[in-house]
Design a protein around this ligand. Structure first.
Ligand code: G
Ligand code: G
Ligand code: MN
Ligand code: NA
Length: 252
């Protein structure tokens, strides 16, 4: 409860901030997409990871204003980055079920896009497999979001919640292979689950992104299997917006 009250104040006191982790296409070194990841700099306790405060935000309902702040900030930053680069960059934002449950979520997204002047194709929303359990509820919301022009990714894919039967009906654009599968890959060994997810994504005409890529062996494995994009410490750890902007400006 203490942390919950502090989290409430954190939003008002600007203690939350975003870091960005790039996603690279395997055949190209340009920054095409990045994932926004929220962090909390607590005045006494220091940096608190999202795995510690997102569950509290979800239980308390604070995820609604926090999630809105994350979306607004990520869209504003991305627009600024695009203007500096003179080319489109996409941002992926993680969602919690509580945000989607909130009645006017689609309107919130619409107004943030308008207010920040970010084109809808530049925003990807990440949902997790566990959220796909309630398809009857999820389906119309995802369809309305798609009508706005944003894309949807299924995050942490393979962790075991989603029914394969739903997968082909959900209006999603991208599968993100959970990093647990990537962790064990070596380029000289067959990794059947990664192969399966990639080929399934291709059959369903979905983009496929591997998360948590840390080694060149993992990179080579994914390159050979034509995974579309990768994300992980091998490319970059999540970093501040200022740093992302600075790196991009140096490349222009
Ligand atoms: O960045 P890190 O590995 O610490 O993130 C841990 C978890 O927190 C990840 O599962 C990520 O999806 C989640 N997370 C990070 N930022 C956000 C956010 O803005 N909203 C939600 N709902 N989850 C987030
Ligand atoms: O669950 P989600 O995919 O949204 O969260 C992404 C999380 O994975 C972030 O918290 C990020 O810090 C973390 N992450 C990103 N790349 C790597 C990596 O290469 N190795 C590990 N161990 N974690 C990573
Ligand atoms: Mn994610
Ligand atoms: Na993930």
């Amino acid at each position: 409860l203490v942390l919950e009250n502090e989290l409430y104040k954190a939003l008002e006191n600007n203690e939350l901030f975003l870091q960005y982790q790039p996603q690279l296409k395997l055949n190209n070194t340009d920054l095409i997409s990045m994932e926004a990841l929220v962090r909390w700099k607590h005045p006494e306790k220091g940096l608190i990871p999202p795995s510690d405060f997102i569950p509290i935000a979800e239980e308390s309902g604070l995820i609604v204003p926090i999630g809105k702040w994350v979306l607004e900030t990520a869209c504003r930053h991305t627009k600024e980055l695009q203007d500096a680069l003179g080319q489109p960059v996409r941002v992926a934002v993680n969602l919690s079920l509580g945000q989607l449950f909130h009645e006017n979520f689609v309107e919130v997204v619409r107004s943030i896009l308008k207010e920040t002047d970010l084109s809808p194709e530049s925003l990807q929303l990440e949902i997790t497999e566990s959220m796909t359990m309630d398809t009857q509820f999820l389906m119309p919301i995802l369809q309305d979001l798609k009508k706005l022009g944003v894309t949807i990714a299924l995050d942490d894919f393979g962790k075991g919640y989603s029914s394969l039967a739903y997968l082909k009906d959900l209006p999603i654009d991208c599968l993100k292979i959970d990093r647990d599968f990537v962790k064990n890959m070596k380029d000289d060994e067959h990794e059947p689950l990664v192969d399966l997810i990639i080929s399934m994504a291709k059959h369903l005409k979905l983009n496929v992104v591997a998360e948590g890529v840390e080694t060149i062996e993992q990179f080579n494995y994914l390159l050979n299997r034509e995974c579309d994009a990768i994300q992980g410490y091998l490319i970059s750890k999540p970093s501040s917006f200022e740093k992302v902007l600075h790196n991009c400006k140096n490349k222009v």
